[in-house]
Design a protein around this ligand. Structure first.
Ligand SMILES: N[C@@H](CCC(=O)N[C@@H](CS)C(=O)NCC(=O)O)C(=O)O
Length: 192
């Protein structure tokens, strides 16, 4: 299996962190943004969106980072990262969709100086903070949703958000930051 990745970005880091945390047998192929490998015909055959990450497993190409996380966790039930029961699975889906729509909308809008995000931040961080009350990780034990969400909040562009009103989120992020997979995917610019 091979992962095509733009390593430093959260969409990619979440999958790399998951692979490295569990030492999964997946080769990671890091692409450079300038090389435009993601726009070649060969790449577009794997992902017509021309984006990363992409997982190539034999003749199966899978794009969308959360789908890749779910696939890897399904192939590797020994990781215990994706519950098999309907409610546990639906709970994971809930947080994956929340990340892909609500959280990402906030992160993307942070660069829009004209837009006031405070109401959205209060709502979404408030919901996450309440979920983390009395829990070490989002579902209690570590699961794919922690890998899916934490990289966006640890990314430099999210650091402008004042997290002090959300102490459970801060403590959880500190815990996530120490996970083996997260430690091993801290971006180091070439030559450092
Ligand atoms: N929703 C997708 C987003 C993928 C995405 O936007 N990837 C970016 C890097 S973070 C990319 O490949 N950008 C290059 C481009 O659009 O040319 C996912 O979660 O996998």
């Amino acid at each position: 299996m091979k992962l095509y990745s733009f390593s430093p970005t959260p969409n990619n880091r979440k999958v790399e962190a998951f692979i490295k945390h569990f030492d999964l047998p997946v080769e990671i192929h890091t692409m450079g943004f300038r090389d435009q490998e993601n726009k070649t015909d060969e790449y577009l055959q794997m992902n017509p969106m021309g984006k990363a990450p992409v997982l190539q497993d034999g003749d199966f190409s899978l794009w969308e980072s959360n789908a890749i996380l779910t696939y890897l966790a399904t192939l590797h039930p020994e990781t215990g990262m994706l519950p098999a029961d309907a409610r546990g699975r639906a709970d994971c889906d809930r947080w994956l969709y929340w990340q892909a729509f609500h959280l990402l909308s906030i992160i993307i809008s942070l660069s829009d100086k004209k837009k006031s995000l405070q109401k959205d931040i209060d709502l979404n961080f408030g919901v996450l903070d309440a979920q983390l009350e009395g829990r070490d990780f989002i579902r209690g034990d570590l699961s794919i949703v922690d890998f899916a969400i934490a990289p966006y909040l640890l990314a430099s562009r999210a650091l402008v958000i004042d997290q002090t009103p959300f102490p459970n989120v801060q403590n959880w992020l500190a815990r996530c930051n120490e996970l083996k997979g997260m430690v091993e995917t801290v971006y180091k610019p070439p030559g450092t």
